[in-house]
Design a protein around this ligand. Structure first.
Ligand code: ADE
Length: 230
């Protein structure tokens, strides 16, 4: 997969992009990422990317010209037309099913905003898929873009080692994950459940499945899987 990220602060991405699973996916050639600054597509001495809103009001609005120019230039060099994504709190909520859809694309183009918002014609003209990472307002789309890159990367075939399977992760089948323990068997009076040290694989599996159902019902009764019998 290839991901282009357009932002006013492209330098914020590199540390996370070169660490852990994402870093390894890039080293192994499963993922390439390129970050581009809208400012490189301005033509005035001040390299202006924002302006006051028509009609008045607080804050500044990201201008059309540098965003359209950056999108067009990056896309002109893309091997296949990318799926355009605009990070915005007004978008479709990012959840694991949407992550799966995005992970199937060959190329993603992530458009990050900053300031008070975008000129509306960025949505109207570029027709991106609008994605939100939750019902709160970030100061920019960068953190949201990073969340999206992280969630998508771990679903790329080969990105996780055998020991990091996505099979039993929270949300993979709509249920939350079971509780995990490692040594020591007792810590500050808290003991690891006996079944986990029993060596009884079938019972461990049963216990884990039951814990997943209980946890989901208790913590996330809104998830459809919480209402299934069993
Ligand atoms: N930009 C600002 N807030 C955001 C959010 N919650 N999700 C995606 N992009 C955003």
């Amino acid at each position: 997969m290839h991901i282009d990220i357009l932002s006013l602060f492209p330098e914020v991405f590199e540390p996370m992009l070169s660490t852990s699973i994402i870093g390894r996916a890039r080293d192994n050639g499963l993922l390439t990422v390129a970050c581009t600054n809208y400012r490189d597509y301005t033509h005035d001495v001040h390299r202006t990317v924002d302006d006051k809103p028509y009609g008045g009001g607080p804050g500044m609005v990201l201008k059309c010209e540098p965003v359209f120019a950056a999108v067009r230039d990056v896309e002109s060099r893309a091997a296949v037309p990318p799926l355009r994504i605009l990070l915005t709190p007004q978008g479709r909520r990012l959840d694991q099913p949407l992550v799966k859809e995005l992970a199937a694309a060959q190329t993603l183009l992530l458009i990050c905003g900053h300031y008070e918002g975008f000129d509306e014609r960025i949505r109207l003209g570029l027709k991106p898929l609008e994605v939100s990472i939750g019902d709160y307002v970030l100061s920019g789309g960068e953190a949201a873009a990073m969340v999206l890159v992280d969630t998508v990367t771990r679903l790329l075939p080969g990105a996780l080692g055998a020991e990091e399977s996505v099979e039993e992760e929270s949300f993979t089948d709509g249920l939350l994950e079971y509780p995990q323990y490692t040594r020591p068997a007792e810590f500050e009076g808290m003991r690891v459940p006996d079944v986990l040290v029993s060596g009884h694989h079938a019972e461990v599996a049963r216990w884990r499945a039951e814990q997943r159902r209980l946890r989901t019902r208790e913590r996330r009764p809104d998830l459809p899987a919480a209402r299934q019998d069993g």
